[in-house]
Design a protein around this ligand. Structure first.
Ligand code: HEM
Length: 229
């Protein structure tokens, strides 16, 4: 077991499996959030269901934290190993022309997505007033009918700040860039991407990344354009 985690192949598997599960979370989270377009009631009911089901919420939180930790650990270790194994630049080796922009920027896009997640947690989960830049305290937003948290109003107020919304859209663009390569790489690591399937896998990865970008960005953009206000 230890040997497996120490090998490059083992770390590639850890990265692929953790990436796959995080990708699944991003899809489920996006579908949940898109309920904002059904109006306050369905969204607030959904948020209340999650908040009042600790037997679902806490395992999910601990699982996500573990997956993010494993994903970052395998990325850092693999990147250090690749650097150590790479021939020196001055040895007359040509630049790796086959590598796409997305693949060359995985570490950069990953770091910015991680910074986004930290900000996002402070913004909507911890609800630290100083980071939302609107002068509101999200903890005081309650639905007048149910007295439950008003997540709909929290999102509308939160995204009414153009700087905050701009940062979300930028982060979603980088997440999209990260996933457009990451999903293909995941299939490659587990040996499912070959000459016959690579074209379709790469297309599906780019399509999934684009859907995530459009779905997630549509929320801050719709609010900036006046939705819910
Ligand atoms: C524009 C896109 C997004 C919107 C509108 C959004 C919305 C939200 C909201 C409203 C919450 C708080 C839920 C509640 O307190 O009931 C939340 C929590 C969270 N979001 Fe997002 N989110 C977005 C994108 C993302 C992305 C891309 C990720 C990860 C890569 C992410 C990860 C999380 C996590 C980990 C939580 C904490 C869940 C918890 O433990 O309570 N979100 N999000």
């Amino acid at each position: 077991m230890r040997q497996f985690f120490q090998s490059s192949l083992g770390k590639k598997y850890v990265m692929a499996v953790s990436g796959f599960l995080l990708f699944g979370f991003v899809i489920v989270h996006m579908v949940g959030n898109l309920q904002i377009f059904l109006g306050p009631k369905p969204l607030n009911r959904y948020a209340h269901f999650l908040q009042s089901t600790p037997e679902l919420l806490w395992p999910a939180r601990i699982g996500l934290l573990t997956l993010v930790g494993l994903h970052i650990w395998s990325a850092v270790r693999l990147s250090a190993e690749n650097k150590a194994a790479r021939p020196l630049a001055y040895a007359g080796n040509p630049a790796p022309v086959a590598a796409s922009y997305a693949s060359r920027t995985m570490l950069m896009s990953g770091v910015i997505v991680a910074a986004f997640i930290l900000y996002h947690l402070l913004h909507f989960t911890v609800q630290t007033p100083s980071v939302n830049l609107t002068g509101h305290d999200f903890k005081t937003l309650l639905d007048s009918q149910t007295n439950h948290r008003d997540v709909f109003r929290m999102m509308v107020i939160g995204y009414s700040n153009a700087w905050v919304s701009g940062f979300y859209v930028l982060a979603m663009a980088l997440l999209c860039l990260h996933l457009s390569h990451g999903v293909s790489a995941m299939f490659q690591s587990v040996g499912l991407r070959n000459e016959r399937s690579e074209k379709w896998i790469d297309r599906a990865a780019r399509a999934a990344a684009a859907i995530i970008f459009i779905g997630n960005s549509s929320i801050p953009i719709a609010v900036l354009l006046g939705y819910g206000r």
